[in-house]
Design a binder for this molecule. Structure first.
Ligand SMILES: Cc1ncc(C[n+]2csc(CCOP(=O)(O)OP(=O)(O)O)c2C)c(N)n1
Ligand code: SF4
Ligand SMILES: [Mg+2]
Length: 313
């Protein structure tokens, strides 16, 4: 757990600068800011086509204070594998220099991760490449005008799902955990210290780490920019965005999600959905079905945790 003193100290350090071209209230900016507070200056970023790719900006309006590489859409994880291998080779040749300390980070959108980058990501995970791969999940292709991705939730209106998306959201963190990588975690931009702690942990682990952060997008979600922290917080409180870690195959619910194993502690899902214009076309029947599916998901998690405890005992 981060102490109050450490929290106040980290709040001072900025590696991703203000004054960039993200929309007001953009979740991806909060996500990267807090991830970088944990990773520090010796970080090299790879970013495929996305809003981040654009807001990183051209000199002299460059937002990151650390090295970064803009990469083709499908190639984020593959390029990062190469960067990480180059650092390892340099460290071998020049011991005691900065190369030993470098962290290789991919920060990619949900389109660039759950659809277009998944084969490269799966390959990097299978090889256990020494990278941190972070998907900031704003649940659609936002940069090109809000098209649906496989991470868009059921019922959400996008420009390619004008009546609301029929299919359900792809559960990529669980798919990544099935690759048997050492660390998988979920975060939300409403919980910056949780982001900080999880990136700190990821940095200390050798091998492939995968973190998915729920990142609000005011124009894409149909919310006002001042609600861009409150709405993801509601996602956590309703239990529809579950904060957890899977470390060496062991699932652990994070502080804000653990109490929600008790259904009475969960805020009704409608309080999250009804605040966003993208869910305006959901019918009463769909709402009931979504709440039922969510409750079922929590029952599955509860029995998974019980089985895990029995195994460990
Ligand atoms: C091969 C290829 N196809 C399409 C594009 C156009 N493109 C650029 S960014 C983007 C959307 C990316 O969506 P996502 O990964 O979710 O990131 P976000 O825009 O939401 O930040 C698209 C389709 C591209 N740059 N390269
Ligand atoms: S469109 Fe959405 S993700 Fe892109 S910069 Fe604006 S708020 Fe951020
Ligand atoms: Mg996106």
């Amino acid at each position: 757990m981060v102490s109050i003193k450490e929290a106040l100290d980290v709040a001072q350090e900025e590696y991703f600068l203000a004054g960039n071209s993200t929309c007001a209230g953009c979740g991806l900016e909060i996500a990267l800011r807090w991830a970088m507070k944990a990773l520090g200056a010796n970080t090299s970023l790879v970013t495929p086509a996305s809003c981040l790719n654009v807001v990183i900006g051209l000199w002299p309006k460059t937002a990151p204070t650390f090295p970064f590489m803009n990469m083709a859409f499908a190639a984020g994880a593959a390029a990062a594998t190469g960067v990480s291998a180059a650092f390892k080779a340099k460290a071998y040749k020049f011991p005691g220099k900065v190369w030993e300390k470098m962290t290789t980070l991919v920060f990619a959108g949900d389109g660039g991760t759950t659809d277009i980058g998944i084969q490269g990501l799966s390959g990097a995970a299978e090889r256990n490449s020494n990278i941190i791969y972070c998907c900031y999940d704003n649940e659609a292709y936002m940069n090109t005008g809000i098209q649906r991705s496989s991470s868009t939730p059921h019922g959400a209106v996008t420009t390619t799902t004008p009546l609301g998306k029929e299919r359900y959201k792809k559960d990529l963190p669980r798919i990544m955990a099935a690759h048997d990588i050492p660390y998988v975690a979920t975060c939300s931009v409403s919980e910056p210290l949780d982001i900080y702690e999880k990136f700190k942990k990821a940095k200390s682990i050798e091998g492939c780490k995968y973190i998915q952060i729920l990142a609000s997008c005011p124009p894409g979600w149909g919310i006002s920019s001042e609600d861009s922290v409150e709405i993801p917080r509601l996602a956590v409180k309703t239990g529809s965005w579950i904060l957890y870690e899977i470390e060496d195959g062991v699932l652990k619910l994070s502080k804000k999600s653990k109490p929600l194993l008790d259904p009475s502690k969960r805020v009704p899902l409608i309080e999250y959905l009804s605040r966003q214009k993208r869910f305006a076309k959901l019918t009463e029947k769909q709402l009931v079905e979504l709440q039922r599916a969510l409750d079922h998901q929590w029952e599955m998690i509860s029995s998974e945790l019980n089985c895990q405890e029995d195994r460990i005992r």
